[in-house]
Design a protein around this ligand. Structure first.
Ligand SMILES: Cc1ncc(CN)c(N)n1
Length: 222
C-alpha cells in the first residue's frame, strides 16, 4: 500500500500562504538560473551576501542544537540538527572556493539591508523566550526555501549554466531534501503539542521567513 504523508500544521500554513511560498521558491532570480538567462553579476552579489548570511546562520543553528539536546523528546533530533551544522561547515568552505572562482573577495563585502534585517530576525529567534516549536518552524522554512529553489534549477528541462550546477546541487540534492523532511517532521511533532499562542507565533514566523527569503532574492537580483 502506498505510504501517505501525514499533513500537519506546516502544510496547512503553506496552503494558506501558497502565493508567498511560490514567490520565495520560484523567484525570478532562481528561474533565471534554471533557464540560463541569469545575470552573472547578480549571481556574484548573491554569493557574497549569502556567505555573510551563512556566517550568521551558524550561531542560529548552534542555538537550535543546544535546544534540541535539552527540549526534544527524541534523541535523534539532536543528530538531525548536528548534521545540518556539519553541512554548514562544508558550505562555508564551498563559499570560499566559489569566491576565488568568481573573483568575489568576501572581506570587502558589506551586508545589504535585506541581509542585515534577516540576521536581526535570526538573532531575535535565539531568545530563550521563543518557543522551541516556533524556532524549529523557522529553521525548516529557511532550509526548505533553498532546497525547493535549487532543486527547481536541476529539474527536467533545465538550462542551468554548467558553472552554476555546483550551487544548485549543494541545496537541490536528495540528501538535503531528506534532511529538510527530517527537520519538518521534528517541527510538526513539536507543533502537535504546542500551545495556541505558540501556533499563532509559529505561523507568523514562517510567513516572515518567506518574506525575508523573497527580499534576499530581490537584493541579489539588484
Ligand atoms: C538566505 C538563505 N536562506 C537559506 C539558506 C540555506 N541554509 C541560505 N544559505 N541562505
Amino acid at each position: 500500500m502506498e505510504k501517505t504523508e501525514k499533513r500537519g500544521m506546516i502544510d496547512t500554513w503553506l496552503d494558506k500562504h501558497r502565493s508567498l511560498y511560490t514567490a520565495a521558491t520560484r523567484h525570478d532570480f532562481v528561474v533565471s538560473i534554471r533557464d540560463g538567462s541569469v545575470d552573472l553579476s547578480s549571481f556574484k552579489t548573491w554569493l557574497g551576501q549569502d556567505y555573510l548570511f551563512v556566517r550568521e546562520f551558524v550561531p542560529f543553528v548552534a542555538n537550535v542544537l543546544i535546544r534540541a539536546g535539552k527540549e526534544s523528546g527524541e534523541t535523534s533530533d539532536m543528530e538531525v540538527v548536528l548534521g545540518g551544522l556539519a553541512s554548514l561547515n562544508d558550505e562555508i568552505e564551498w563559499f570560499k572556493s566559489e569566491g576565488s572562482k568568481w573573483g568575489v573577495d568576501f572581506s570587502t563585502v558589506v551586508a545589504q539591508k535585506a541581509n542585515q534585517e534577516y540576521s536581526r530576525f535570526l538573532e531575535a529567534l535565539m531568545n530563550s523566550e521563543v518557543e522551541y516549536s516556533v524556532v524549529l518552524t523557522a529553521f525548516w522554512g529557511i532550509e526548505a526555501v533553498y532546497q525547493e529553489s535549487f532543486a527547481h534549477c536541476l529539474g527536467d528541462g533545465n538550462k542551468t549554466p554548467a558553472e552554476l550546477t555546483g550551487a544548485c546541487n549543494r541545496w537541490g540534492n536528495d540528501g538535503f531534501r531528506q534532511y529538510c523532511l527530517s527537520v519538518k517532521n521534528i517541527a510538526e511533532r513539536c507543533l502537535e503539542n504546542a500551545s495556541r499562542d505558540a501556533l499563532v507565533e509559529a505561523e507568523d514566523v514562517l510567513v516572515r521567513v518567506l518574506e525575508h527569503e523573497v527580499a534576499f532574492w530581490e537584493m541579489s537580483r539588484g
